[in-house]
Ligand binder design. Structure first.
Ligand SMILES: C[S@@+](CC[C@H](N)C(=O)[O-])C[C@H]1O[C@@H](n2cnc3c(N)ncnc32)[C@H](O)[C@@H]1O
Length: 266
């Protein structure tokens, strides 16, 4: 094998291992440390440093990287949500975004909601730095966007108050007992006829992909695996009753977007 090829393979391996170690350190690794070190547990104990430390947020929030993490399905997931919002009459309505996310999903969601007539888009997150960072992406919409520090499992919003609620990859990061609470809050705040748009991981159809995903989740995101079965959001919503839903899956079933409509007159 030529020496240049050896160097190339070695460098590629180094980048892959370095990236994996970096992400592990600032995601699951940090949570493990928090659990073993003495200290006060807070509502934000499950949140990775990559979502709370401003330097890390700025370092990681780079569209090609974020798209790559979702195996380049990111634009498809986002367009399904924005298409749904654009096709809804949101005149004089309020739209909620429950928790910030990396990449351009929030600006695209806000543009679609305002384009469909929304009076206000409210961005909520438990972490002040995330709200601050997201504000920087939404300067073009400053008069119609508000921000609130809020917990997805106990929202400040009144019942039946928003026409749409967008949640992008939050559930898989929540402890299992909080997943159902967040879903129940997400639909509580919806007005009758209102829609929840939920993007998440899903159990892959292909066994090879399922095995690889399982290994990835076991190492990096163990809280995600129950979304495949016991904590499937649809199972939880069906148990609550009062909704119709549509599920679209992507990339051999690896991702899903749920569009959940609250029953009742619009
Ligand atoms: C929605 S997930 C997004 C992860 C995904 N990998 C991405 O960026 O596309 C991360 C966000 O959820 C927020 N978050 C986590 N737990 C929360 C909770 N209980 N209530 C509100 N926001 C929460 C974090 O602060 C962070 O901004």
């Amino acid at each position: 094998m030529p020496t240049w090829l050896l160097y190339a393979i070695f460098s590629a391996l180094l980048v892959i291992v370095g990236t994996a170690v970096f992400f592990f350190t600032f995601t699951r690794g940090a949570l493990v440390m928090r659990r073993v070190l003495p200290g006060v547990q807070s509502d934000a104990a499950h949140i990775y440093p990559i979502y709370s430390n401003m330097r890390l947020i700025r370092l990681i929030d780079f569209q090609p990287l974020i798209s790559g993490i979702l195996l380049f399905q990111y634009p498809k997931l986002v367009s399904l949500i924005t298409r749904g919002l654009s096709q809804t009459d949101l005149r004089n309505k309020q739209v909620l975004v429950t928790s910030c996310a990396f990449g351009n999903v929030t600006p695209k969601v806000v543009a679609a909601a305002i384009g469909a007539g929304a009076r206000q888009v409210l961005i909520s997150d438990l972490i002040e730095n995330e709200l601050e960072h997201t504000k920087g992406k939404l300067t073009a919409f400053s008069t119609q966007v508000d921000y609130v520090q809020d917990n997805a499992i106990a929202m400040q919003q009144p019942d039946n108050s928003v026409a749409a609620n967008v949640i992008f990859f939050l559930l898989h990061e929540l402890p299992h007992d909080l997943k159902g609470q967040a879903l129940s809050e997400a639909v509580r705040v919806l007005e009758p006829g209102g829609r929840l748009y939920l993007a998440e991981f899903h159990r892959p159809d292909l066994s090879l992909l399922r095995g690889l995903s399982w290994a990835y989740f076991k190492v990096f995101e163990p809280l995600a695996l129950t979304l495949w079965d016991t904590h499937d959001p649809i199972k939880q919503l069906d148990a609550m009753g009062g909704f119709t839903w549509e599920r679209r899956t992507f990339f051999f079933g690896n991702y899903q977007v749920l569009i959940v409509t609250k029953n009742g007159a619009v």
